[in-house]
Each structure stands twice: as C-alpha cells, then as structure tokens.
Design a protein around this ligand. Structure first.
Ligand code: FES
Ligand code: FES
Length: 218
C-alpha cells in the first residue's frame, strides 16, 4: 500500500529526525540572540533548553557513502549535496533548483530517497548514504542504470542520476510497484527534456531486473 513515506523527504524532515535545513535556518533566530562566541562546538542555554551550537568555523565530519567512510571539513551550514560535490568530489547528485523541487540531487539515505540539497551534511553523519556512483558493481551496471540506458530514458542527462536513485529506492521498497506507488515514488523528480516515456519503460524493466538480482522471478 502506498503512503506518504513513498515521497521524498520534505525540507522539514531530516533523514534522522534531527535538524533539517529549514529548521536549521529557523533556529538561526535563536542563535542570533546568543552572544557569538562559539567557534566550533558549544552547548548554550536557550529558552530553558540545552542547544548545541556548531560553528561558525568548519567542523570535521565523517559520512558513510556507498559503504565507505569519507571525511570532510565543512561549515555547519553546508548541505549534503554541496559536501558531496564540492568537498568529496562525488558529483552524481546534481544541483539544479537547490530548494527541494526538482529531484536532481536525489540520493538514498537509510533506504529512503531524499533531496540532498535539503539535508545538512553534519546531520547526515551516522546514516547510510547511497549515490549513483555506488550502484555499479564489478564493472557491471546496476539493473536500474541498465534499464535507463536501454530505454533511452535521458537526453541531456542532468536529471538522470536523481531519477535513477529515486527509482532504486522505489523498487527496493516495492518490487512490484503499482501505478500509484510509481506516481508517489517518482513524483518528486522533474525532467526538463521530457523523457518521461523512457523513464516509464525503464522502471518496468528495472523492476524485473531487480527481482532477478534478488533471486526472484523477472
Ligand atoms: S537540487 Fe535538490 S531538489 Fe532540486
Ligand atoms: S534528460 Fe535533460 S533534464 Fe532530464
């Protein structure tokens, strides 16, 4: 059965239930009322509660990306998308709208498709992050990648890594997706080149390929 869980994370929700980008920005109002003395990490009292302040200087973070620990030094305001692209040279996820609209930045975090432009890099620590770079195994394309290739489901290709990751997250959860599940799972990704017909064919082929990969019937 479909649920709102099939959709991409909204800007209000970080993958671990922690501080999303939007809540982080809201929290700036609180931070401004606090003397600006924090350099890296500090606990301060605000509205009767302990609030952990990071930055404004860079902090060291470790991210689990495609099964490997990757280290970077980033300002706390930096998104997962920018940390991937600018600090770790993992450029599959694309920055297009940078505001949770287009899906070009989609990665999978703990099994769920999320917009990496709406997640802070520091909040992604301890989560399992998958990007398009991690799909190919032993020189062989993942069934989802192969399906996008076979169905010519791209033109400029700028949206494609995001579509591929959204498709993988969808099929991991729903091996035999209904039309409604496809609509919810893929509805957060836009293609300006209009390759939706090819994407539809790719999803059908990828579903069979992934079932086969898992030992079931294609
Ligand atoms: S770049 Fe993140 S949704 Fe468009
Ligand atoms: S292939 Fe060009 S935006 Fe989708």
């Amino acid at each position: 059965m479909s649920s709102s869980d099939d959709r991409h994370d909204t800007p209000d929700v970080s993958p671990n239930g922690g501080v999303s980008r939007r809540n982080f920005l809201k929290g700036t109002g609180v931070a401004l009322s606090i003397p600006i003395v924090a350099k890296t990490e500090k606990i301060v009292k605000a509205a009767g509660a302990d609030v952990q302040i990071h930055g404004p200087d860079k902090v060291n973070i470790t991210l689990n990306i495609n099964g490997a620990a990757k280290q970077a030094s980033v300002e706390p305001r930096v998104t997962l998308l920018d940390a991937l692209r600018n600090d770790l040279d993992i450029t599959g996820a694309k920055r297009v709208c940078d505001r949770a609209t287009c899906g070009a930045c989609t990665v999978i975090v703990d099994g769920k498709a999320v917009y990496s432009c709406t997640v802070l890099a520091i909040e992604a620590q301890g989560r399992r992050i998958q990007t398009a770079e991690g799909l190919e195994q032993n020189g062989k394309l993942h069934p989802v990648q192969q399906a996008f290739w076979d169905n010519d489901a791209q033109q400029c290709g700028f949206c494609t890594p995001g579509f591929v990751m959204a498709c993988k997250a969808l099929l991991d959860k729903h091996p035999n997706p209904t039309d409604e599940q496809i609509r919810l799972g893929m509805g957060g990704n836009l293609c300006r080149c209009g390759t939706y017909h090819g994407v539809k064919g790719a999803i059908a082929q990828a579903a069979g390929g992934m079932r086969k990969l898992k030992g079931g019937k294609a």
